[in-house]
Design a protein around this ligand. Structure first.
Ligand code: NAD
Ligand code: GLY
Length: 368
């Protein structure tokens, strides 16, 4: 088993990465010295496959779990679903020492984490991420929250889990589109922080696409190490943590303006990262060879690198970008790359620079 620690003083926690961890959920939770009553929050798809072993493992370790199943998909990441969860927790009499297990992908993790952060002003929670994206990114670092009509993740809290259990076996049942979408966050770590990882991804992509266990374990552990390192230095995104948003300003706007669910998160941020690389060429002098390698790796992974927009949708996308959380004082701040492995945050981008992205955000004349 690989263990990565997130160092945050008395809120430090371990990320454990290995096959078969779900069966050990009960034992692992018992080590945390929490209350007996707990709730598993999962979604309708993950629940069918993994709720039973999670539930049984908790019972075997002496816990009294409640199972809450939300509909699968981004649309569940909303305030009304949070309220339904609160009602179930209250009916099951969860109290301050009780805890929540978030069993699922980033949607479940973000929602269940937010429920844990706010129910009784905060109860402990454990992340059991079951998608690649959740294992390398969303389950680590304590960003929790839900979407509003106006934009993604506009309501939320920084709230750290007590433990993250990445069971590599869970990835075996992940649909290919979801798995590949997770690779977009994996590639992001290479671009923003680790040129060696980026080169390793270029070499080992075929093995990764086959979900080869040893390669996957090493890559997930490295991504978690990078994220733990960044979050350990800047938990609440005052500065450095912003680099994790590479490609996200455009990516979130793509998700929002096309209606949640059309593009998977990873697909949207793949396009966003390629667009950010184009901007980086103009603004920070990112070598064109590096921009090319970035685009090629996304293409080789099977991720989209372009989006076609008519005038109306293009306007909607730019409006969504202006609503993003990264906007401050009316200015859209971007994370841009100097070279592979090194980025800068807080880069001011003027509207005329957007023309640099026209071969990624391709304008068409077709009707809306
Ligand atoms: P998701 O949670 O919607 O999961 C994707 C799909 O895969 C769902 O249909 C789910 O039911 C299914 N699934 C999950 N695990 C499975 C498994 N093992 N086998 C079969 N099916 C499985 O999506 P996601 O990509 O994991 O997460 C996206 C969300 O994460 C977005 O809401 C995004 O905003 C958020 N996010 C948060 C952070 C953060 O730091 N908190 C970071 C990145 C993304
Ligand atoms: N995924 C961005 C962050 O955790 O900060």
């Amino acid at each position: 088993m690989r263990t990565v620690s997130v160092e945050l003083g008395d809120r430090s926690y371990a990320i454990k990465i290995a096959p078969g961890l779900l069966k050990q959920l009960g034992q692992e939770c018992a080590r945390l010295k929490l209350g007996r009553r707990c709730a598993i929050i999962t979604d309708s798809i993950v629940g069918k496959k993994y709720a039973r072993p999670a539930f049984e493992s908790l019972v075997l370790a002496g816990f009294e779990p409640l199972l809450i199943i939300i509909p699968a998909g981004e649309k569940s990441k909303r305030v009304s679903v949070v309220e339904k969860c609160f009602d179930r927790l209250a009916a099951h009499r969860l109290e301050r020492k009780s805890f929540i297990v978030a069993l699922g992908g980033g949607v479940v993790g973000d929602l269940a984490g937010f429920v844990a952060a706010t129910y009784l002003r905060g109860i402990p929670f454990v992340q059991v991420p079951t998608t690649l994206l959740a294992q390398v990114d969303s389950s680590v670092g304590g960003k929790t929250g839900v979407n509003l009509q106006a934009g993604k993740n506009l309501v939320g809290a920084f709230y750290q889990p007590q433990l993250v259990l990445c069971d590599l076996d869970a990835l075996k049942t992940l649909p290919n589109r979801e798995y590949v979408s997770g690779l977009a966050e994996v590639i992001k770590y290479g671009v923003i922080y680790d040129a060696i990882l980026f080169a390793q991804l270029e070499r080992q992509l075929p093995k990764l696409l086959q979900r080869e266990a040893a390669t996957l374990a090493a890559v997930i552990a490295r991504c978690c190490e990078i994220k733990a390192n960044i979050v350990g230095q800047d938990e609440t995104e005052s500065d450095l943590r912003a680099i994790l948003n590479f490609g996200h300003t455009i990516g979130h706007a793509i998700e929002n303006s096309s209606g949640y669910g059309k593009f998977l998160h990873g697909e949207a941020i793949a396009i966003g990262q390629v667009a950010a690389a184009k901007l980086s060429q103009t603004i920070l002098g990112l070598p064109s060879a590096d921009a090319e390698r970035i685009e090629q790796l996304f293409v080789a992974a099977g991720l989209p690198v372009r989006i076609k927009l008519n005038g109306k949708r293009r306007e909607k996308l730019f409006a969504a970008m202006r609503l993003d959380k990264k906007v401050s004082g009316g200015e859209i701040k971007f994370v841009l790359a100097e070279k592979i492995g090194k980025v800068r945050f807080g880069c001011k981008v003027q509207s005329h620079h957007f023309s640099g992205m026209t071969d990624v955000l391709v304008t068409t004349r077709r009707p809306a």
